[in-house]
Write a protein that binds this ligand. Structure first.
Ligand code: BUP
Length: 460
């Protein structure tokens, strides 16, 4: 009789960008006969998260839900942050005493716990005290992982701007220097902030994990993966195992957009900056101007607030001056949220103006949709670099991070939109990435082999 599969618990972090890859990973494991318990932290930050979780558990009843009810957040120390996502990581950190009894109570006993990278420093001490193997699921690119694990060594005891104020590059050990303009600004700041503290603490602690699983694949990130696994980036890093890109789950059946069905194949530019980018009203209007100037068809998700709850402003008011009426027939503007998996796989969609959150990038890879990259914050410039390098899209590096003021004018946006929608070379490149992505996770593919190897280790 076959031995039952190992029992593995997954602990995702907050925000759709972190939850989504964990859900896809959970399904990939379950398909390989792993018993999966998914630990969710409550309360969730956004409506999108709670809705996605309820769809998920009703679609995959064989994945066991387990709730971790967070303690009320005391204070975020001296590291001021208003970002609800970083505050949530902090709340999970402060609630870590609750994790040990929860993990020990699971039955059958666990073979491993897989945690989001933003929780490494919180969770690894707990799993160590239980002698439970701990794996990290890194939900961004390998390019970003090189910075994540080495940042604390680069910063050392000095602030990154101290000794080399004139230096424009960050030397990641073992790799090409990274322009400082690609580094998330809070990491370069001398003022304490939660992003910086968390990257330093988690980056250090990840060395003590048993393995780092990552939602990417060998063909597109060979150099970074090679440097990480050859010990060039940091000494003693556990093996980094590419197991992506995770196939979309298509569990959210509602909200399909009928308008797309009426548009010619490959004619529509999908515009979205992810679940946690609030764009200023001025920049929104400038972007609207750009889309209008481009003459291309577009489907645009507009968000003025960081957390994906209902935005307050009426769309007409946000866009200003009869925009919605003017673009009727050409463009569809929606507030807050669409079912992106459906949109991006729709045959009418031929381009994606994206912030380059790694899930959006992997969804574009999966569907061979060319990206016009406009990173807004965090890891997104590192990811945009990958997009451009692998021929999946174009990144106009001069475009600044999003922020309060207008950083890119409509005229410039319009020009680049026309460029991406008509660029045959990028279309071919994107189609090739799609083939490689599917091959990687298909039978015999590198990512599939990686996943099976890890499961074999858990079986022992
Ligand atoms: Br917005 C939006 N619909 O309208 P990323 C997002 N998504 O399904 P982020 C929708 O959320 P981080 C919408 O498909 C993707 O899987 C989208 O993740 C989905 O960016 C996910 O792309 C968003 O990684 O997160 O949200 O900025 O910064 O943590 O990467």
């Amino acid at each position: 009789k076959q031995k039952p599969g190992p029992h593995v618990a997954l602990l995702p972090s907050s925000g759709m960008g972190h939850l989504t890859p964990f859900l896809r990973f959970a399904v990939s494991l379950a398909q390989e006969d792993v018993q999966v318990t998914l630990i969710t932290t409550h309360p969730t930050i956004s409506h999108a998260e709670s809705q996605t979780l309820s769809h998920f558990f009703s679609n995959f009843p064989h994945i066991t839900p387990k709730q971790l009810n967070l303690l009320p957040l005391k204070n975020a120390g001296s590291d001021n942050s208003e970002d609800p996502f970083y505050l949530k990581y902090e709340a999970i950190r402060q609630s870590s005493p609750l994790l040990k009894p929860l993990l020990s109570s699971l039955s059958p006993p666990l073979s491993a716990l897989v945690t989001d990278m933003s929780l490494a420093s919180t969770v690894i001490p707990v799993t160590q005290s239980l002698s439970l193997p701990n794996y990290i699921l890194f939900t961004s690119s390998a390019q970003m992982l090189t910075l994540f694990v080495s940042f604390h060594t680069i910063v050392g005891s000095k602030a990154p701007n101290d000794s080399d104020k004139t230096e424009d590059f960050f030397q990641t050990p073992g790799l090409q220097p990274i322009p400082k303009s690609w580094i998330p600004p809070p990491l370069l700041s001398d003022t304490p902030n939660l992003l910086k503290t968390q990257i330093i603490e988690n980056g250090k602690k990840m060395i003590q994990s048993d393995g780092i699983l990552i939602n990417t694949f060998q063909t597109i990130e060979q150099d970074s993966l090679g440097a990480l696994n050859d010990g060039k980036v940091v000494n003693g890093l556990p093996r980094v195992i590419p197991i992506g890109p995770f196939p979309p789950l298509h569990i959210e059946k509602s909200q399909s957009i009928a308008w797309l069905d009426d548009q010619p194949d490959g004619s529509v530019l999908y515009v979205s900056f992810g679940s946690r980018t609030a764009m200023s009203r001025e920049q929104i209007r400038e972007l609207g101007d750009g889309l209008e100037r481009s003459g291309c068809m577009f489907l645009w998700v507009v968000k003025e607030r960081k957390v994906d709850r209902e935005d307050e402003g009426e769309l007409g008011e946000v866009m200003g001056d009869g925009f919605i009426e003017r673009v009727k027939g050409k463009g569809l503007v929606v507030k807050n949220w669409v079912n992106q998996e459906e949109v991006i796989s729709h045959k009418a969609v031929g381009g994606f103006l994206s912030h380059c959150g790694w899930n959006s990038v992997s969804e574009a890879m999966w569907n061979g949709v060319p990206i016009l990259a406009w990173p807004q914050h965090g890891d997104q410039k590192m990811n945009a670099f990958v997009v451009d390098r692998i021929g999946l899209g174009l990144w106009v590096e001069e475009w600044g991070w999003g922020g309060g003021e207008v950083v890119v004018k409509g005229e410039e946006i319009g020009e680049k939109v026309r460029d991406i929608m008509g660029n045959e070379l990028v279309k071919v490149g994107a189609r090739q990435v799609r083939e490689e992505a599917r091959r990687a996770v298909g039978d015999g593919g590198g990512s599939k082999k990686g996943l099976i190897e890890v499961i074999e280790v858990w079986k022992k």
